[in-house]
Write a protein that binds this ligand. Structure first.
Ligand code: 5AD
Ligand code: SF4
Length: 346
Protein backbone atom coordinates (compact mmCIF):
# COMPACT_ATOMS: atom_id res chain seq x y z
CA UNK A 1 0.00 0.00 0.00
CA UNK A 2 2.24 2.91 -0.94
CA UNK A 3 1.53 6.20 -2.69
CA UNK A 4 -1.61 5.21 -4.53
CA UNK A 5 -4.43 4.74 -2.09
CA UNK A 6 -7.65 4.77 -4.04
CA UNK A 7 -10.42 7.02 -2.86
CA UNK A 8 -12.27 4.00 -1.62
CA UNK A 9 -9.34 3.06 0.55
CA UNK A 10 -9.13 6.60 1.88
CA UNK A 11 -12.82 6.42 2.83
CA UNK A 12 -12.46 3.01 4.42
CA UNK A 13 -9.45 4.00 6.43
CA UNK A 14 -11.00 7.30 7.50
CA UNK A 15 -14.04 5.34 8.69
CA UNK A 16 -11.78 3.40 11.05
CA UNK A 17 -12.13 0.07 9.26
CA UNK A 18 -8.49 -0.85 9.76
CA UNK A 19 -6.78 1.47 12.20
CA UNK A 20 -4.14 -1.03 13.28
CA UNK A 21 -2.82 -1.59 9.73
CA UNK A 22 -3.14 2.11 8.82
CA UNK A 23 -1.22 3.34 11.86
CA UNK A 24 1.46 0.67 11.52
CA UNK A 25 2.03 1.52 7.86
CA UNK A 26 2.21 5.26 8.63
CA UNK A 27 4.82 4.69 11.31
CA UNK A 28 6.77 2.43 8.98
CA UNK A 29 6.86 5.08 6.24
CA UNK A 30 7.80 7.76 8.76
CA UNK A 31 10.70 5.64 10.07
CA UNK A 32 11.92 4.87 6.55
CA UNK A 33 12.12 8.58 5.79
CA UNK A 34 13.13 10.15 9.11
CA UNK A 35 14.25 7.28 11.31
CA UNK A 36 13.33 7.98 14.91
CA UNK A 37 14.08 11.72 14.64
CA UNK A 38 11.53 14.31 15.74
CA UNK A 39 12.43 17.83 14.58
CA UNK A 40 11.90 20.71 16.99
CA UNK A 41 10.61 24.16 15.99
CA UNK A 42 10.42 26.95 18.55
CA UNK A 43 7.31 29.07 18.02
CA UNK A 44 6.90 32.72 19.00
CA UNK A 45 3.37 34.06 18.86
CA UNK A 46 4.20 37.75 18.84
CA UNK A 47 0.77 39.38 18.57
CA UNK A 48 -2.81 38.24 19.13
CA UNK A 49 -4.41 41.06 17.14
CA UNK A 50 -6.18 40.03 13.95
CA UNK A 51 -8.05 42.05 11.37
CA UNK A 52 -9.98 38.97 10.17
CA UNK A 53 -13.14 37.56 11.61
CA UNK A 54 -12.97 33.80 11.11
CA UNK A 55 -15.96 32.26 12.79
CA UNK A 56 -13.96 29.44 14.38
CA UNK A 57 -11.08 31.42 15.87
CA UNK A 58 -10.70 33.01 19.29
CA UNK A 59 -8.54 35.79 17.86
CA UNK A 60 -11.32 36.99 15.54
CA UNK A 61 -11.93 40.73 15.32
CA UNK A 62 -15.36 40.63 16.92
CA UNK A 63 -14.19 38.81 20.04
CA UNK A 64 -14.28 41.70 22.50
CA UNK A 65 -13.19 39.51 25.40
CA UNK A 66 -9.58 39.25 24.23
CA UNK A 67 -6.90 40.88 26.28
CA UNK A 68 -4.60 42.00 23.49
CA UNK A 69 -0.80 42.00 23.38
CA UNK A 70 1.98 42.76 20.98
CA UNK A 71 5.65 41.99 21.49
CA UNK A 72 8.19 44.66 20.71
CA UNK A 73 10.98 43.94 18.26
CA UNK A 74 13.37 43.54 21.20
CA UNK A 75 11.04 41.08 22.89
CA UNK A 76 10.77 39.09 19.68
CA UNK A 77 14.54 38.99 19.35
CA UNK A 78 14.85 37.94 23.02
CA UNK A 79 12.50 35.04 22.27
CA UNK A 80 14.57 34.04 19.26
CA UNK A 81 17.72 34.21 21.43
CA UNK A 82 16.13 31.75 23.83
CA UNK A 83 15.15 29.41 21.02
CA UNK A 84 18.62 29.54 19.46
CA UNK A 85 20.24 29.32 22.90
CA UNK A 86 18.44 26.04 23.48
CA UNK A 87 19.95 24.67 20.29
CA UNK A 88 16.79 24.71 18.16
CA UNK A 89 17.45 25.37 14.48
CA UNK A 90 14.04 26.72 13.47
CA UNK A 91 12.05 29.65 14.76
CA UNK A 92 8.41 30.02 13.75
CA UNK A 93 7.05 33.57 13.89
CA UNK A 94 3.26 33.48 14.13
CA UNK A 95 0.50 36.09 14.56
CA UNK A 96 -3.02 36.88 13.59
CA UNK A 97 -3.15 39.23 10.61
CA UNK A 98 -1.92 42.29 12.47
CA UNK A 99 -1.28 45.33 10.25
CA UNK A 100 0.60 47.04 13.11
CA UNK A 101 3.87 45.49 11.94
CA UNK A 102 4.71 46.76 8.47
CA UNK A 103 6.17 44.39 5.89
CA UNK A 104 9.46 46.28 6.19
CA UNK A 105 9.52 45.92 9.94
CA UNK A 106 8.97 42.15 9.67
CA UNK A 107 11.75 42.06 7.07
CA UNK A 108 14.07 43.88 9.48
CA UNK A 109 13.29 41.35 12.20
CA UNK A 110 14.07 38.48 9.80
CA UNK A 111 17.33 40.14 8.74
CA UNK A 112 18.34 40.60 12.39
CA UNK A 113 17.60 36.94 13.18
CA UNK A 114 19.51 35.64 10.15
CA UNK A 115 22.50 37.84 10.88
CA UNK A 116 22.76 36.56 14.46
CA UNK A 117 21.96 32.86 14.21
CA UNK A 118 22.29 29.87 11.91
CA UNK A 119 18.59 29.22 12.14
CA UNK A 120 15.72 28.60 9.73
CA UNK A 121 12.91 31.17 9.87
CA UNK A 122 9.36 30.01 9.31
CA UNK A 123 6.61 32.61 8.98
CA UNK A 124 2.95 32.08 9.79
CA UNK A 125 1.47 35.54 9.32
CA UNK A 126 -1.54 34.93 7.10
CA UNK A 127 -2.42 36.36 3.68
CA UNK A 128 -0.21 39.14 2.35
CA UNK A 129 0.79 40.63 -0.98
CA UNK A 130 3.36 39.03 -3.25
CA UNK A 131 5.58 42.04 -2.54
CA UNK A 132 5.52 41.40 1.21
CA UNK A 133 6.20 37.69 0.71
CA UNK A 134 9.08 38.58 -1.61
CA UNK A 135 10.56 41.12 0.79
CA UNK A 136 10.54 38.56 3.61
CA UNK A 137 12.03 35.87 1.42
CA UNK A 138 14.81 38.23 0.37
CA UNK A 139 15.41 39.05 4.04
CA UNK A 140 16.07 35.35 4.54
CA UNK A 141 12.77 33.71 5.54
CA UNK A 142 12.89 30.03 4.61
CA UNK A 143 9.40 28.63 5.09
CA UNK A 144 5.77 29.76 5.26
CA UNK A 145 2.75 28.14 6.89
CA UNK A 146 -0.71 28.99 5.57
CA UNK A 147 -3.46 26.52 6.26
CA UNK A 148 -6.15 26.21 3.64
CA UNK A 149 -8.42 25.18 6.58
CA UNK A 150 -10.98 23.25 4.49
CA UNK A 151 -11.40 22.01 0.93
CA UNK A 152 -15.12 22.77 1.01
CA UNK A 153 -15.08 26.05 -0.91
CA UNK A 154 -18.62 26.98 0.11
CA UNK A 155 -17.97 26.34 3.77
CA UNK A 156 -14.70 28.26 3.53
CA UNK A 157 -16.58 31.39 2.42
CA UNK A 158 -19.02 30.93 5.31
CA UNK A 159 -16.45 30.42 8.07
CA UNK A 160 -13.99 33.06 6.77
CA UNK A 161 -16.14 36.11 5.98
CA UNK A 162 -14.99 38.11 2.97
CA UNK A 163 -12.24 35.61 2.23
CA UNK A 164 -12.00 33.53 -0.93
CA UNK A 165 -10.70 29.97 -1.03
CA UNK A 166 -8.97 30.41 -4.40
CA UNK A 167 -7.09 33.42 -3.09
CA UNK A 168 -5.69 31.32 -0.27
CA UNK A 169 -4.53 28.72 -2.75
CA UNK A 170 -2.99 31.47 -4.85
CA UNK A 171 -1.04 32.73 -1.82
CA UNK A 172 0.41 29.23 -1.42
CA UNK A 173 1.36 29.13 -5.10
CA UNK A 174 2.99 32.55 -4.82
CA UNK A 175 4.97 31.42 -1.79
CA UNK A 176 6.18 28.34 -3.63
CA UNK A 177 7.06 30.44 -6.64
CA UNK A 178 9.20 32.60 -4.36
CA UNK A 179 10.99 29.42 -3.34
CA UNK A 180 9.73 29.14 0.21
CA UNK A 181 9.16 25.74 1.69
CA UNK A 182 5.39 25.83 2.06
CA UNK A 183 3.07 24.27 4.58
CA UNK A 184 -0.68 23.97 4.69
CA UNK A 185 -3.38 21.85 6.27
CA UNK A 186 -6.93 21.72 7.54
CA UNK A 187 -8.96 21.58 10.71
CA UNK A 188 -10.67 18.24 11.13
CA UNK A 189 -14.30 18.59 12.22
CA UNK A 190 -14.77 22.22 11.23
CA UNK A 191 -18.53 22.97 11.57
CA UNK A 192 -20.14 22.72 8.15
CA UNK A 193 -17.59 20.29 6.75
CA UNK A 194 -18.73 16.78 5.92
CA UNK A 195 -16.91 13.46 5.91
CA UNK A 196 -16.48 13.73 2.13
CA UNK A 197 -14.65 17.04 2.58
CA UNK A 198 -12.01 15.24 4.61
CA UNK A 199 -11.62 12.60 1.91
CA UNK A 200 -11.12 15.47 -0.55
CA UNK A 201 -8.68 17.18 1.80
CA UNK A 202 -6.46 14.11 2.07
CA UNK A 203 -6.39 13.82 -1.71
CA UNK A 204 -5.92 17.52 -2.51
CA UNK A 205 -3.37 18.24 0.21
CA UNK A 206 -1.36 15.42 -1.31
CA UNK A 207 -1.70 16.88 -4.81
CA UNK A 208 -0.30 20.16 -3.53
CA UNK A 209 2.98 18.37 -2.76
CA UNK A 210 3.58 20.37 0.39
CA UNK A 211 6.82 20.52 2.30
CA UNK A 212 4.91 20.72 5.58
CA UNK A 213 1.41 19.59 6.51
CA UNK A 214 -0.08 20.97 9.72
CA UNK A 215 -3.45 19.67 10.78
CA UNK A 216 -5.46 19.43 13.97
CA UNK A 217 -8.98 18.94 15.27
CA UNK A 218 -11.38 21.90 15.45
CA UNK A 219 -12.02 22.97 19.05
CA UNK A 220 -14.95 25.26 19.80
CA UNK A 221 -14.07 28.59 21.37
CA UNK A 222 -16.73 30.06 23.70
CA UNK A 223 -16.36 33.62 22.38
CA UNK A 224 -17.04 32.74 18.75
CA UNK A 225 -20.18 31.95 16.75
CA UNK A 226 -19.15 28.28 16.97
CA UNK A 227 -19.37 28.17 20.78
CA UNK A 228 -20.80 24.85 21.90
CA UNK A 229 -20.15 23.02 18.64
CA UNK A 230 -18.62 19.57 18.97
CA UNK A 231 -14.86 19.31 18.69
CA UNK A 232 -13.17 17.43 15.88
CA UNK A 233 -12.80 13.73 16.57
CA UNK A 234 -9.30 12.82 17.68
CA UNK A 235 -9.40 9.31 16.17
CA UNK A 236 -10.48 10.70 12.83
CA UNK A 237 -7.68 13.27 13.06
CA UNK A 238 -5.14 10.52 13.76
CA UNK A 239 -6.36 8.69 10.64
CA UNK A 240 -5.88 11.90 8.64
CA UNK A 241 -2.32 12.14 10.00
CA UNK A 242 -1.58 8.53 9.06
CA UNK A 243 -3.00 8.83 5.54
CA UNK A 244 -1.16 12.08 4.91
CA UNK A 245 2.09 10.49 6.03
CA UNK A 246 1.64 7.45 3.77
CA UNK A 247 0.73 9.63 0.79
CA UNK A 248 3.38 12.29 1.55
CA UNK A 249 6.41 10.36 2.77
CA UNK A 250 8.77 13.36 2.53
CA UNK A 251 6.59 16.00 4.18
CA UNK A 252 7.39 17.43 7.59
CA UNK A 253 4.26 16.81 9.63
CA UNK A 254 3.92 18.42 13.07
CA UNK A 255 1.86 16.87 15.81
CA UNK A 256 0.01 20.08 16.68
CA UNK A 257 -1.02 21.49 20.03
CA UNK A 258 -4.73 21.17 19.16
CA UNK A 259 -4.19 17.40 19.33
CA UNK A 260 -3.38 17.79 23.01
CA UNK A 261 -6.28 20.16 23.66
CA UNK A 262 -8.68 17.66 22.09
CA UNK A 263 -7.40 14.69 24.07
CA UNK A 264 -4.66 14.41 26.71
CA UNK A 265 -1.80 12.50 25.14
CA UNK A 266 -3.06 13.41 21.67
CA UNK A 267 0.20 14.96 20.58
CA UNK A 268 2.16 11.89 21.58
CA UNK A 269 -0.24 9.73 19.59
CA UNK A 270 0.23 12.00 16.56
CA UNK A 271 3.95 11.20 16.66
CA UNK A 272 3.11 7.51 16.61
CA UNK A 273 1.00 7.70 13.45
CA UNK A 274 3.28 9.63 11.15
CA UNK A 275 4.08 13.06 12.59
CA UNK A 276 7.78 13.93 12.84
CA UNK A 277 7.78 17.51 14.18
CA UNK A 278 6.98 19.17 17.54
CA UNK A 279 6.64 22.93 17.94
CA UNK A 280 7.07 24.00 21.56
CA UNK A 281 5.95 27.55 22.32
CA UNK A 282 8.54 30.10 23.44
CA UNK A 283 6.02 32.92 23.66
CA UNK A 284 6.78 34.83 26.89
CA UNK A 285 4.89 33.50 29.90
CA UNK A 286 3.19 36.77 30.69
CA UNK A 287 1.26 36.69 27.40
CA UNK A 288 1.31 33.03 26.42
CA UNK A 289 -2.20 32.28 27.64
CA UNK A 290 -3.54 35.23 25.67
CA UNK A 291 -2.77 33.56 22.33
CA UNK A 292 -6.05 31.81 22.78
CA UNK A 293 -7.05 30.58 19.33
CA UNK A 294 -9.08 27.79 20.94
CA UNK A 295 -9.66 26.75 24.56
CA UNK A 296 -6.74 24.94 26.12
CA UNK A 297 -4.30 26.44 23.63
CA UNK A 298 -1.16 27.55 25.44
CA UNK A 299 -2.70 26.88 28.81
CA UNK A 300 -2.67 23.38 30.16
CA UNK A 301 -0.45 21.55 27.75
CA UNK A 302 2.12 24.27 27.51
CA UNK A 303 2.63 24.35 31.23
CA UNK A 304 4.02 20.95 30.41
CA UNK A 305 5.49 22.32 27.31
CA UNK A 306 8.79 23.77 28.18
CA UNK A 307 11.39 22.28 25.97
CA UNK A 308 12.29 19.70 28.60
CA UNK A 309 8.83 18.23 28.76
CA UNK A 310 8.56 18.24 24.95
CA UNK A 311 11.78 16.20 25.01
CA UNK A 312 10.31 13.86 27.62
CA UNK A 313 7.17 13.38 25.54
CA UNK A 314 9.21 12.56 22.45
CA UNK A 315 11.19 9.97 24.39
CA UNK A 316 7.98 8.53 25.86
CA UNK A 317 6.58 8.16 22.37
CA UNK A 318 9.61 6.06 21.44
CA UNK A 319 11.48 8.62 19.31
CA UNK A 320 14.53 10.87 19.57
CA UNK A 321 14.50 14.67 19.55
CA UNK A 322 16.61 16.03 16.71
CA UNK A 323 18.32 19.42 16.80
CA UNK A 324 18.88 19.37 13.04
CA UNK A 325 17.32 22.08 10.86
CA UNK A 326 15.07 19.47 9.33
CA UNK A 327 14.58 21.07 5.93
CA UNK A 328 12.13 19.29 3.70
CA UNK A 329 13.70 16.67 1.44
CA UNK A 330 11.12 17.80 -1.15
CA UNK A 331 12.68 21.24 -1.52
CA UNK A 332 14.55 20.75 -4.75
CA UNK A 333 11.96 18.74 -6.52
CA UNK A 334 11.56 20.29 -9.97
CA UNK A 335 8.36 18.44 -10.74
CA UNK A 336 6.68 20.16 -7.84
CA UNK A 337 7.60 23.53 -9.24
CA UNK A 338 6.16 22.72 -12.62
CA UNK A 339 2.89 21.57 -11.04
CA UNK A 340 2.84 24.82 -9.11
CA UNK A 341 2.90 26.88 -12.29
CA UNK A 342 -0.58 25.59 -13.06
CA UNK A 343 -1.94 27.00 -9.81
CA UNK A 344 -0.32 30.35 -10.09
CA UNK A 345 -2.50 33.21 -11.27
CA UNK A 346 -0.14 35.88 -12.39
N1 5AD B 1 -9.77 24.96 16.71
C1 5AD B 1 -8.67 24.39 16.17
N2 5AD B 1 -7.80 25.04 15.39
C2 5AD B 1 -8.05 26.33 15.13
N3 5AD B 1 -7.39 27.22 14.39
C3 5AD B 1 -8.03 28.40 14.43
N4 5AD B 1 -9.13 28.27 15.21
C4 5AD B 1 -9.16 27.00 15.66
C5 5AD B 1 -10.05 26.26 16.48
N5 5AD B 1 -11.14 26.82 17.01
C6 5AD B 1 -6.20 26.89 13.61
C7 5AD B 1 -6.37 27.28 12.16
C8 5AD B 1 -5.30 28.31 11.93
C9 5AD B 1 -4.29 27.92 12.99
C10 5AD B 1 -3.33 28.99 13.35
O1 5AD B 1 -5.08 27.58 14.09
O2 5AD B 1 -6.15 26.14 11.33
O3 5AD B 1 -4.74 28.27 10.65
FE1 SF4 C 1 -7.13 35.75 12.31
FE2 SF4 C 1 -6.02 33.45 11.58
FE3 SF4 C 1 -7.77 33.53 13.61
FE4 SF4 C 1 -8.65 33.93 11.11
S1 SF4 C 1 -7.72 32.01 11.92
S2 SF4 C 1 -9.21 35.16 12.91
S3 SF4 C 1 -6.92 35.01 10.17
S4 SF4 C 1 -5.76 34.46 13.55
Amino acid sequence: MVLSLSELDIRDYLSGKNDAALFAEADKVRREMFGDAVYLRGILEFSNYCRRNCRYCGLRRDNREIQHYRLTVDEILDGVAEIAGNGLKTVVLQTGEDPFYSAREIARIITAIKSRYEIAVTLSLGEHSREAYRLWREAGADRYLLRIETFNRVNYARVRPQRVWEKRLECLATLRDLDYEIGSGIMVGLPGDQFEDIVTAVRELTQLQLHMIGTGPFIAHPNTPFAGQPSGNIDLTLRVYALLRILNPLANIPSTSAMESAAPGGRLRGLQVGANVIMPSFTPWRVRELYNIYPGKNIQQDIDDGLSSALAMIARAGYRASFARGDSPLKDNEKVKIENEKLLVK
